[in-house]
Design a binder for this molecule. Structure first.
Ligand SMILES: [Zn+2]
Length: 71
């Protein structure tokens, strides 16, 4: 029983039918969701962090990596 359920789940993943397999129309790469954490100094002088989600493919991965290299 348990084995059957596991197998059907794996099949679905392997086929890539989920919404996460979106391809970029420009470069054809699968678009990945990447979380970055960016530090910034607040008015009171404390360091705080912003978490941001990015959709990354070959078109913009360099921009995002350069932009976030401080952290
Ligand atoms: Zn792209």
């Amino acid at each position: 029983m348990g084995k059957r359920k596991t197998r059907s789940f794996v099949d679905k993943v392997a086929k890539g039918t989920g919404p996460r397999g979106t391809r970029c129309e420009i470069c054809g790469e699968i678009i990945k969701n990447i979380k970055t954490i960016r530090p910034y100094k607040s008015k009171s002088g404390n360091w705080r962090y912003i978490e941001e989600m990015h959709k990354v493919c070959k078109c913009n991965e360099k921009e995002i990596l350069i932009d976030k290299s401080i952290s």
